[in-house]
Write a protein that binds this ligand. Structure first.
Ligand code: AR6
Length: 172
C-alpha cells in the first residue's frame, strides 16, 4: 500500500497528473504561495470558475478543471492557520487530505499530487503536518485501492526531508 505514496522535489504546476491540490484560502479567489503559482499557470479561466464556487470551509475541498495546467483537475482546499494547536488544527489538516482524496475518487482521478498544505504562510509546524498528512493519506489508500499514486510535491529540500521521514515511519 505504502509504495503508492511518494515525495518529489519540484513545482506542482508542472506535474502531469489527474489532479493537483491547491493550498487555498476560504475565498478560493487566489493568493500567494502555491495558490498564486497555480492560478498564474492555469490562466484566468481558473479564477472565473472559482468565482462560481462561493468559497470553501477550512478542511473541506472543491474541484475545478485545470485549464492551462498539465493536470486535468485542481482540487482546492483551505488548510488551517496554525494558532498553537488547540484550535482543532490537526483534525482540520487531516480533513483537508481526506476531502481532497474523496473528491479525487468521485472524479475518477488515479494520480494525485499534494503540496505541503498549511506549512507556508499558515505556519503549521512541518514536523507535525508531515506526519498528519502521510498517516491520513495512508489510511485513505487502504480503503480506496482505485487511487494508484499520491505524491507530496515538495518545493524545498527541508520539506521533502520531513515527508520522507513520515513515510519511513509508516513502513517501519
Ligand atoms: N509547487 C509546490 N509547492 C509550492 C509551490 C509550488 N509551485 N509554491 C510554494 N510551494 P503556502 P499555506 C510550497 O504558503 O501555508 C496563499 O496565499 C511552499 O514552499 O503556499 O497553506 C493562499 O491563498 C510551502 O511548502 O500555503 C492562502 O491564503 C507549501 O507550498 C495561504 O497562502 C505551502 O505554502 C495558504 O497558506
Amino acid at each position: 500500500m505504502n509504495e503508492k505514496i511518494k515525495t518529489i522535489l519540484g513545482d506542482i504546476t508542472k506535474q502531469n497528473v489527474d489532479a493537483i491540490v491547491n493550498a487555498a484560502n476560504t475565498s478560493l479567489l487566489g493568493g500567494g504561495g502555491v495558490d498564486g503559482a497555480i492560478h498564474r499557470a492555469a490562466g484566468p479561466e481558473l479564477l472565473a470558475e472559482c468565482r462560481t464556487l462561493n468559497g470553501c470551509r477550512t478542511g473541506e475541498a472543491k474541484i475545478t478543471k485545470g485549464y492551462k495546467l498539465p493536470a486535468k483537475y485542481v482540487i482546492h482546499t483551505p488548510g488551517p492557520v496554525w494558532h498553537g494547536g488547540s484550535k482543532n488544527e490537526p483534525q482540520l489538516l487531516a480533513s483537508c487530505y481526506r476531502s481532497c482524496l474523496t473528491l479525487a475518487v468521485e472524479n475518477g482521478c488515479k494520480t494525485v499530487d499534494f503540496p505541503s498544505i498549511s506549512t507556508g504562510v499558515y505556519h503549521f509546524p512541518l514536523e507535525k503536518a508531515s506526519v498528519i498528512a502521510i498517516n491520513t493519506i495512508a489510511d485513505f489508500l487502504k480503503a480506496h485501492p482505485e487511487i494508484e499514486q499520491v505524491r507530496m510535491v515538495c518545493f524545498d529540500e527541508k520539506t521533502k526531508v520531513h515527508y520522507d521521514r513520515a513515510i519511513a515511519a509508516l513502513e517501519g
